[in-house]
Design a protein around this ligand. Structure first.
Ligand code: 0PR
Length: 378
């Protein structure tokens, strides 16, 4: 630290310099986050000092958090769901499986997740001492139910289904997983970190949430397609009793118990999520998702003209393209400023069409993509 403080102007200059090195979102096709809605930013700033880790001090923010959970419960099939605003999908997944582990009496618990599960489940294996078993995927990258059944044994405590997989944007057969969960008395967690704010607004209907009997908990993140500020994840449980195994005593706070993983935790995130959800409403999110889906279909149409096919017809605004000379093409695109990503198995080009994408930028991407393909073929 410098001995003497710098002036505000000098500090702001330093900040601006640092910010210039950050990538602005215009040409980012690899991110599940986006620019937050301006009203979320306003709310975030207004509640910047609020701490949900000691919410007895911040009962107004606490009310906003409860309202966000209520709105999310309504969105995800159970108006009576309970939960809290986490730091993101990772914390939500950890906490859901921590509940499952603490509720079970197994000494060597295992959880079955699809091979497409986000890497947060590998962190969970390490943190919670749970064996994570990966079930294979079918030809459409949904979890294969035969594989799930084959992995199931007496030490299985939970199943996980993904609604909006990180790489393919696919939705697992949650109803089939729920049947197994119900008949074996297992916890069923749905990771809809990305899909939670997309699937309810698609034209096609999917049974993926609490409307499916047997679903115990859901991860759905306002800081992804919810257009809220980071860090705003959501964790919902069907039953209040699921929060109990997470509780620890906090005798010297204004609250007696805490169930979050983080201690001090952003109230700004809860206020931001409340603001943007209340402002956009169901109609606003539907428009947003429709616009992303329209661009996604336009993208697929465009690349098909170059003979490139997606691995599956896009379910949501995530596309995996089967591209020859993948790394070469990605490198060329990078030189034109485009940031793309990949899927693990099989290797494909992964593109996420977030709300920061515009139709004009997308058309430019399609044209640049065609040029890069031709260049690498030479
Ligand atoms: N579950 C699913 C299905 C996810 O896709 C993700 C993150 C998580 C859980 C974990 O969420 P948090 O990162 O909020 O803890 N998916 C993206 C990923 O890891 C997140 C991301 C966002 C990556 C922006 C890059 C980026 O620029 O790929």
């Amino acid at each position: 630290m410098n001995k003497k403080g710098l002036s505000e102007k000098e500090v702001l200059n330093l900040l601006n310099k640092a910010m210039q090195k950050d990538t602005s979102y215009e040409k980012v096709l690899s991110a599940m986050c986006t620019r937050p809605h301006p009203i979320a930013v306003k709310a975030h700033m207004q509640f910047i000092a609020s701490n949900m880790g000691d919410f007895g001090l911040f009962s107004g923010t606490r009310e906003l958090e409860s309202k966000v959970i209520k709105m999310m419960g309504n969105l995800l099939g159970d108006p009576n769901a309970c939960g809290y605003i986490t730091t993101g999908g990772t914390e939500s997944n950890i906490q859901a499986l921590r509940t499952a582990r603490n509720q079970s009496k197994k000494k060597h618990p295992n959880v079955i997740v699809p091979a497409s599960a986000h890497f947060s489940f590998d962190k969970i294996a390490d943190l919670l001492g749970i064996e994570i078993r990966k079930a294979s995927l079918d030809s459409e990258f949904k979890v294969d139910m035969d594989s799930v059944n084959a992995l199931l044994d007496d030490n299985t405590i939970a199943l996980v289904g993904i609604a909006g997989s990180t790489e393919f944007g696919q939705v697992d057969p949650i109803d089939s997983l729920a049947e197994i969960a119900l008949s074996n008395n297992l916890f069923l967690h749905v990771d809809a970190a990305f899909g939670g704010f997309v699937i309810p607004f698609l034209d096609k209907k999917y049974d993926f949430d609490f409307s499916v009997e047997g679903v115990t908990s859901i991860t759905a993140d306002p800081h992804k397609m919810g257009l809220s500020t980071i860090p705003a994840g959501g964790l919902l449980f069907r039953e209040e009793a699921c929060l109990l195994p997470l509780e620890i005593d906090t005798p010297y706070l204004t609250i007696r118990k805490q169930h979050s993983l983080a201690g001090t935790r952003s109230g700004a995130a809860a206020a931001a999520a409340y603001a943007v959800m209340t402002h956009l409403g169901m109609e606003g999110y539907r428009k947003l998702v429709h616009s992303c889906m329209k661009m996604t279909h336009r993208l697929v149409e465009g690349v098909r003209e170059f003979g490139i096919e997606p691995l599956i017809e896009p379910v949501m605004n995530i596309v995996a393209l089967d591209v020859p000379d993948l790394e070469e093409v990605r490198k060329e695109l990078r030189q034109k400023g485009w940031i793309t990503s990949i899927t693990r198995t099989p290797r494909a080009m992964r593109l996420i069409i977030m709300p920061h994408m515009s139709e004009a930028a997308l058309l430019m991407f399609i044209s640049d993509f065609g040029e890069c393909l031709r260049n690498t073929k030479k």
